[in-house]
Structures are given as C-alpha cells and as structure tokens.
Write a protein of this length. Sequence first.
Length: 306
Amino acid sequence: MPFLRALIVEDYEPFRRFVCLALQQRAEFQIIGEVSDGLEAVQRAQELQPDLILLDIGLPKLNGLEAGRRIRDVSPNSKVLFLSQESSPEVVREALRLGASGYVYKPRAQTDLQPAIDAVLGGKRFVSKGLEFSEGADPPAPHRHEILFCSDEAVLLDSLTQFIAAALSAGNAAIVWATESHRDSLLQRLHALGVDIDAAIQRGTYVSSDTEETPDPVRMLEAIRGLSEAAAQAGKEHPRVAVCGERAGRLWAEGKTDLAIRLEQLCNELARSHDIDILCSYPMPHQEDEDALKSICAEHTTANFR
C-alpha cells in the first residue's frame, strides 16, 4: 500500500512537533515536508503535490487563508486540514469555503486531530466541537468582546495583527486604535503575513486612529458604519467590523479605571446593535488591582492572559 504524503505547515515549532508525532503514529503516512511560512507552503505544495496538508492560519509571509486559496489552484487534489488558534465563525466559514476538508481548533488538537484525519481520509468534513458557524447566509454572530492582558509589547502586536489579519482575510473590515509606533509596526506585520493592507486602506476597509483621541460615540459609530459599507461594496455579504486596540488599556494603565469602563460599556452598546467583534489589549494587572480587574473583566465576554 503506497504512503499518503503529508505536508505540515506550522510556524510554532513545539506544535509542529506535536503534529509530526501524531502522523508518525499512523503507518499510512509519510511526512514529505515541514514548513513554517505560508509562501513556502504554496511553493512546496505545487512542487510536492501532497495528499494531505495540515495548515495553520497565523503564518508569517503569507497567512494561512491566503495560502489555502493559492494551494487550491496549484495543488487541487490535496486535502487541506486547517489547524488554528482562531475560533471566529467568519474565519471557520472562510476556511471551509476555500475547500478545506476540516478545521481543528488548536486547544482541542489533543483530542480532535486524529478523528479529523480519519474524517478527511474517509471523504468527510471535520470541524472541532464548539466552533459556531453557518455555511449559508451569515447569521447574527454572538456578541464578542474580548480582553487580552499582554505580558509585553510583542504579545500586544502579535495579537492585534492576527485579529486584524483574520478579519481582512475573511473579507471583513477592521479599525484599530493604537499609538503611532504601534500602528506602523502593525502595518509591517500585516504586510509580512501577506495581507494586502494597502488595498484594504484604499477600499476603506482598514482604518487606524491614535489612542490620544477622545472617545466620541458618534464618531465611533460613523467609523463602524463606513467600514461596514466599504466591506459590502467590496463584495462581502453581511460584513462584520473588527474593532481593536489599546485605548481603554492605556486609560487603565494611567489609573483611569472609570473612563476605561465607560469606554468598554460604549463598545458593548455598539456590539448589541452592530455586527462588530472587539479585542481590547491591556497591560498585565498588578495584585492590588483586583477590584478594578473584576470590574473591567465584567464588561467583556472573554478574558485572557498571555
């Protein structure tokens, strides 16, 4: 019986090692390549024509969704199984729309990877449990307002970059409030991921603003509406807007907890009436901030520390 040839595309070495070990447990597989960026993934897929490609989304040089689009053209017989930290319904839907055979949510990879491979080999589709998505017209998405406490600047920039890249790659729009230096860094990182950020700016689906601007509900609403309209004009049905940045986090860092909470409450009001997803980046809290921490977290659907 001939081997099934597998290509693994993952930039985080420990997780790539985990995937390799999982495939090595199966006698029918031969790993013919391991790559760590999306651009090389497309090149190797065209060269090797693998039977199975295990593909991350958050990749350097070219993000996984764009890599998947190109792979579909250069290696149409390869089955693609996405492995991703991203749980957004929009991203899951877009990955499957590209023709992927499955989507494994990385936190569930320990239990889901082998069943996903079995499903793919059997000609079935696999999606990790708990990932909400619809293959028809986009349903109203659940309220998503996440807070991320960042251990350093690199975590902040990486998180914002991935959040924005996922939105734009799915055809949605994004707005970020960040310092000038961070806005410049985000542009560089988005370019490095293969996101056509210049085109997004020209279409009006990407906007960046300074954190020093005074929060204005009317201007925020106008910006969100403008971004949504631009995404719709670019061909996206039922577009969503990714709203992210460090504005509230900087208020928190300055000891202005009440103002930070007020801004988060405003975001919640917008989320109830508009199709937006929100990611707020904050510095790590100090032990003496326990009461303020509880108040801030109460305004969010999810709190993470990284």
